[in-house]
Design a protein around this ligand. Structure first.
Ligand code: PEP
Length: 242
């Protein structure tokens, strides 16, 4: 059942990229192969400055997303971007609760409000959760993630969960397939059969296939390896056929 969900391969460019990074048709040619569009969504979340200049997802099939949003529609919030603004610039997804934003102060309640704002704007939130290394070592990983989901998730029709163990982000350390399998099975119990659950944390071409093959892994959220179109394309190629 779960594998019937479309695979989502999402690249978070974080604070990387200038106008020279804006796609040219040749850049995304390899992101889809054969008839993979039937079962695969490739999503790029560039810095908001580039969003409006990227090629139209309707033409390329490459979806666009924001990296964070404010909970309100508009207002006196210097430096912030609303979900409505992201949508207006071409986004159909937004990442909320990334561990880098949580480390900078976002609480579960903030993440919940941002996810609600995304739905209000008509874009799909990718709600990030994940335990720290200390929490895992104490045997609390599942309890922490379950509590984060409970508190960060408003009542929504359409959303994505990204399980990103904090200790695996940008470190080159990847959770073992067994650990990912165990966590994703637990998340599946919590969110039901229709929600896509992504794994994130040092996903690269060398480990993508074994992670994406797991029953309840419906895609990946990728930092470092998503900055190069070639490695992103390799990861997208590892998406299993339904
Ligand atoms: C991330 O930042 O969400 C991430 C998973 O980064 P990386 O792939 O570089 O570990």
């Amino acid at each position: 059942m779960a594998k019937k969900l479309r695979t989502l391969i999402a690249a978070n460019w974080k604070m990387h990229g200038d106008m020279s990074w804006v796609f040219k048709p040749a850049d995304f040619a390899g992101l889809y192969h054969a008839d993979s569009r039937k079962h695969l969504d490739v999503l790029i979340c560039p810095p908001a400055t580039l969003l409006g200049s990227m090629l139209d997802p309707e033409q390329t099939g490459v979806l666009l997303g924001g990296q964070d949003c404010h909970a309100e529609t508009s207002g006196a919030h210097t430096g912030k971007i609303s979900a409505e603004m992201l949508k207006d610039a071409g986004a159909s997804y937004v990442i909320v609760g990334h561990s880098e934003c949580r480390a900078a102060g976002d609480t579960d309640a903030d993440v919940n409000a941002k996810a609600k704002a995304a739905a209000r704007a008509g874009i799909i939130p990718i709600i990030c959760v994940g335990e720290t290394e200390a929490e895992r070592n104490k045997g609390k990983a599942q309890a922490v993630v379950s509590a984060q989901i409970k508190a960060s998730l408003p009542k929504l029709k359409d959303y994505v969960i990204a399980y990103e163990p904090v200790w695996a982000i940008g470190t080159g350390k990847t959770a073992t397939p067994d650990d990912v399998d165990e966590m994703h099975n637990a998340i599946r119990e919590q969110v039901g059969a229709k929600v896509r659950i992504l794994y994130g944390g040092s996903v690269k071409p060398a480990n993508a296939e074994s992670l994406l093959a797991l029953k309840n892994v419906n895609g990946a959220l990728i930092g470092g390896a998503g900055l190069e179109m070639e490695s992103l394309a390799e990861i997208a190629k590892a998406a299993p056929q339904p």
